[in-house]
Write a new protein. Structure first.
Length: 90
């Protein structure tokens, strides 16, 4: 099996994470209660409404978008590196 290109996997995961983040931010702006309800199901009934922020600024959304992209990129690089390592061993 071919090796994974770390940069390609990193960019793919970074961009995918950024898209999901944007969808989430828009959903929260349009219908926050439904997004919080959705999150409650994902986190096994934990009441997220008590810990959510009432206002999200444009600048905090941009910073979050940048951070999620960087995190996804780095996780993608780590994933590809580990995949390549174990792919060679086994």
């Amino acid at each position: 099996m071919e090796e994974l290109n770390k940069k390609v996997v990193g960019l793919t995961l970074g961009i995918t994470s950024a898209i999901v983040y944007l969808i989430c931010a828009v959903w929260y702006a349009i219908a926050p209660k439904s997004l919080i309800g959705y999150g409650n199901y994902l986190f096994h009934g934990i009441d997220l409404s008590s810990i959510t922020s009432k206002t999200i600024t444009f600048s905090s959304a941009i910073i979050g978008l940048i951070l999620i992209f960087i995190s996804g990129y780095l996780i993608g690089i780590l994933f590809a590196g580990l995949f390549n390592y174990f792919n060679k061993k086994y």
